[in-house]
Write a protein that binds this ligand. Structure first.
Ligand code: M6R
Length: 361
């Protein structure tokens, strides 16, 4: 049942305010400015012993993990990084007892992720699952976990589950942070930010008509460049994947800081750039990158917290706390991918060559 929407992708994009509400529900503890995660099974003593966090997933779940790693570093000050599960399992990784491994998956059935979890467990590691489908193979195989509560996701192209996974990571980062050195006031600040998310997502979704118009201008593009820096980079990665999957337009994501080390050679009027430009301490650096692109007559669409002078168009999104901004900034670009694909007459819910869950090697 698509509930009045023409595609599941559209329905799922618009379910995000409710979905985020669900992942937060019953988990916030205002008294201690922290969160309770029922299935986590990690007491304060164990949590303090964690020296590193390694997040493993594929595709969109890997991108959500990149955002998660960043939030864990920022809020809990534990070194953290994300890696495609498929790469990890084939490179004979060094498994370290002081590392907390986290497997991320919407379906909970992705074979590469499951195989990584099994290998880790065989080597005595502690593995948490951040999973959407309750009782799925990865959820069962993991030692403990956090459910993402996005509800069923039917479209092959993941949208609401990505967003909910990043919010689940926000909760986990806050939890780990409050066990370690995150102050009560910072805890409060993050909780207030989390609570603002559903309303802010609704605000973004109200801009659909405008984004649809913008998308028409990109349907003819042969290729697009997505750039972002630090918090914005995984957002650019995910937006680029969304566009590729659903519209079949070639897209590439790059850290904005790497532009001058190569991709700047590609810039010309026929290669549009989508830039993620949050109002954080890197704003001036990002503006300088826009200037570089403009100077080479590149067309720019910015996703930002305020109108960007150097951009041809800006989609303005509401500001949250710096650490939580990445959760919101990709949402207009889901709509951009959707409307570009629609203008091109693509099979939106079932892009060619793809399956919802990849249960083979
Ligand atoms: O079910 P999973 O989250 O483990 O799936 C991982 C990827 O296959 C998945 O995210 C894929 O990249 C989607 N088609 C993204 O839209």
């Amino acid at each position: 049942d698509m509930g009045g929407h023409d595609t599941y992708m559209h329905k799922e994009i618009f379910e995000q305010p409710d979905a985020v509400d669900r992942v937060l529900r019953g988990r916030i503890d205002d008294r201690f400015s922290t969160v309770h995660l029922g299935g986590l099974n990690l007491d304060a003593h164990d949590a303090r012993k964690v020296r590193r966090v390694k997040i493993l997933g594929c595709g969109t779940s890997y991108h959500a993990g990149m955002i998660g790693a960043q939030m864990i570093e920022e809020l809990a000050r534990i070194p953290a990084d994300a890696e495609p599960a498929s790469e990890f399992r084939y490179r004979d990784p060094v498994v370290d007892p002081d590392t907390l491994y986290i497997a991320v998956s919407q379906s909970g059935e992705t074979y590469d992720v499951l195989a990584a979890v099994q290998e880790l467990k065989r080597k005595g590691a502690r593995v948490l699952g951040v999973v959407n489908v309750v009782g799925s193979a990865i959820a069962r195989e993991a030692d403990a976990g956090v459910y993402v509560h996005a509800g069923p996701e039917v479209c092959v192209v993941s949208t609401k589950c990505f967003t909910n996974t990043t919010v689940a990571f926000g909760l986990l980062a806050l939890h780990l942070g409050r066990i370690r050195d995150l102050s009560v006031s910072d805890g409060k600040r993050i909780i207030e930010g989390l609570r603002r998310l559903p309303g802010q997502i609704s605000e973004i979704l109200k801009q659909e008509d405008e984004i649809k118009k913008i998308a028409k201008g990109y349907a003819e593009a042969r290729s697009m460049l997505f750039i972002g820096r630090v918090r914005g980079y995984p957002v650019a990665r995910e937006a680029s994947l969304k566009l590729k999957e659903v519209s079949y337009i070639h897209a590439e994501a790059y850290p904005a800081s790497e532009l001058k080390h190569g991709p700047l050679a590609l810039i010309e009027p026929a290669l549009p750039t989508v830039a993620i430009v949050p109002n954080d301490d890197l704003l001036e650096k990002n503006r300088a990158a826009l200037e570089e692109i403009k100077a080479r007559s590149g067309k720019i669409l910015a996703v930002a917290h305020q109108e960007q002078e150097k951009a041809d168009q800006t989609i303005v999104v509401p500001k949250n706390e710096d650490e939580l901004d990445p959760i919101l900034m990709g949402i207009p670009l889901q709509l951009l991918a959707y409307h570009t694909a629609l203008a091109l007459g693509r099979d939106i819910d079932k892009p060619r060559n793809l399956a919802k869950s990849v249960t083979v090697e």
